[in-house]
Design a protein around this ligand. Sequence first.
Ligand code: SF4
Length: 204
Amino acid sequence: MRGYLVKEMFGPTLQGEGAHAGRACVFLRFAACNLACTWCDTDFTPDTATRHAAAAIVDRLLALDVHGARTVIVTGGEPTLQYDAPLADALHAAGFRVHMESNGTRVPEGAVDWLTISPKAQFHTGSLTLALALAPSELKVVVDDTVDAATLDAHAARWPAAHHFVQPCMDDRYEHHLARTMALVHSRPLWRMSLQLHKVLRIP
Ligand code: SF4
């Protein structure tokens, strides 16, 4: 039986970003990522991660989901490194809608109900390319100095999606990134502002 390397499971909480910001959910965060973004604020290292079978993951998420929202945000690290059809089937059988947040370098091996691609092409190694076969529900681009209007145009042309978000990078130059993000929204109104609601609310 496969054991998935899980960094943490927590909830109930609210989705903080994108089109579902404010929606009640629980989180499944996998360990490991295939990128190394310099401003990454997520601890996905294998330290303190633990292995769980699909049934144990579902049992834990059901226990966390005390209000029965039945939406799970599957993230990481990079969730497509581990997510597969048996886990997708187990989550769906338990009634969960699966929302995945991926960096867009791999196609998920199991079904998801909502796919967010947050591409970080500036951090790709030579061996990694974007997965062009993906059909995302939304694109969410973190804006740092490497992201401009042409970057957004290229992502929108690459992946047809119903929702497009830009989100200022929350590093020590946040005000600078926020101003650039607002300017991008005005120059490319297809794209909407996403702020990290969970940080405003101080929830996990
Ligand atoms: S892809 Fe996401 S989790 Fe991975 S290093 Fe970049 S920001 Fe962190």
